[in-house]
Design a protein around this ligand. Structure first.
Ligand code: LMR
Length: 405
């Protein structure tokens, strides 16, 4: 330790306790430090191709090439981001189903940034609202809400069999425990961490309850295109928006554009009328200005360039379809290969799950053993990032999983 010994110095930082590592990103730090040559990182939700790379999509490369030629300034964006980007988000997420004058859209640093702005807004404008989250949910949801000072509660989501959706439990909790004006967090598709999504019929029942209980839906839409398809994955969100006049939607282009490190997403607020939208928009802008001031340009410019161009949009849709289909094939291969290990554990329930993740049912002890003995990193809840698996390493992955069962 290189302690500084200035005379009369008072060290206020000494004694600050060490925070626990992040339950998802902390695992990648541990993975990078692991010397095991056959280690595998199946923790954080990042897509990898067959060679183990997280590729830059072809449509993104082409958009970047065009941007290098045409971009004329690195001046600040406005607080709510690029107008072209916002227009494309509106059309991609909402289509023509809602009058554009009722939707405020702010470009944010990723979906996490969007959620934090939304949480700050709920605290500032809708107090004493609490937010109701599914149990389980993405580990960062409660952390973001707590950091914003937003009280959170949970509603039942996963059935006691740990593989099915507990619609009755969810509706009972929302009906009996919420207060009018509370917010309810909904995952639009590819529920993180379980991959267990409501059916269209379930969404109708959820929408009815949300409307009857006068709850504000906060819809996390981070995986558009990874469930059933870019258009299909909007169905739940649309059902909710048909039932209520007010909602907040947070979207992300980390996964479906592979723009993880560019940090590009949006917070979208739907109001009952355009006057209200404008007032709410001004408050959202105040929140942004006092946090990160205005969003980074590059990721938003890429998304806008692709979605404004018919040819690049077609290419993007193909690339999203390819990623989704490959993840589905890996899921299938995992289930089939597990059968050959002789572990006697049927993982077929994984085939019903949607998106990047598979909720394996592995216990925290089994997860630890996988990491310590085999260098395989998955999240403590048993969530495995299927999108990080590879065809070539499937046998050794399944042998390792079988050995901890
Ligand atoms: C995940 O759940 O792994 C992703 O959403 C990435 C993250 O920030 O945690």
């Amino acid at each position: 330790m290189n302690a500084s010994a200035k005379s009369n110095a008072v060290h206020r930082f000494i004694g600050i306790p060490t925070a626990p590592p992040d339950s998802i990103l902390g695992l990648t730090e541990a993975f990078l430090a692991d010397k095991n040559p056959s280690k595998m990182n199946l923790s954080v939700g990042v897509y990898k191709d067959a060679s183990g790379q997280t590729p830059i999509l072809k449509c993104v490369k082409e958009a970047e090439r065009r941007l290098i030629e045409t971009e004329a300034t690195k001046g600040y964006l406005s607080i709510d981001g690029l107008p072209d980007y916002r227009e494309q988000v509106r059309s991609l997420v909402f289509g023509d189903s809602i009058d554009a004058g009722r939707i405020a859209i702010l470009q944010t640093p990723g979906g996490t940034g969007a959620l934090r702005v939304a949480a700050d807004f709920i605290v500032a404008q809708l107090s004493p609202a609490r937010i109701w989250m599914p149990s389980p949910t993405w580990a960062n949801h409660p952390a973001i809400f707590a950091a914003a000072g937003l009280a959170s509660e949970t509603y039942r989501y996963l059935g006691s069999d740990r593989t099915s959706f507990d619609l009755a439990g969810m509706l009972e909790d929302l009906n009996q425990k919420t207060k009018p004006g509370d917010a309810v967090l909904l995952h639009a598709c590819c529920h993180n961490p379980t991959g267990v999504d409501p059916t269209p019929e379930d969404w109708k029942a959820i929408a009815k309850t949300v409307a009857e209980r006068q709850l504000i839906p906060l819809i996390d839409f981070a995986y558009q295109g990874f469930g059933d398809g870019i258009e299909q994955d909007k169905a739940g969100l649309q059902t909710i928006l048909e039932a209520v006049d007010e909602a907040i939607v947070c979207n992300s282009f980390s996964k479906n554009f592979g723009l993880y490190s560019e940090r590009v997403g949006s917070v979208c607020l739907v109001a009952a009328d355009s006057e209200t939208m404008k007032a709410a928009q001004s408050q959202l802008k105040t929140i942004v200005r006092t946090n990160y001031s205005n969003p980074p340009r590059h990721g938003g410019a890429i998304v806008a360039t692709v979605l404004q161009d018919a040819e690049l949009t077609t290419l993007w849709k193909q690339e999203v379809d390819e990623m989704r289909q490959r993840i589905d094939a890996l899921r299938q291969q995992f289930v089939e290969t597990m059968k050959t290990t002789g572990a006697g554990h049927d993982f077929s329930f994984l085939l019903k799950q949607k998106g990047m993740f598979s909720f394996s049912g592995l216990t925290p002890m089994q997860v630890d053993e996988l990491k310590n003995k085999h260098g395989i990193y998955i999240v403590g809840s048993g969530r495995i990032n299927v999108a990080g698996m590879s065809e070539a390493k499937m046998d050794s992955l399944c042998q390792s999983v079988a050995s901890v069962l």
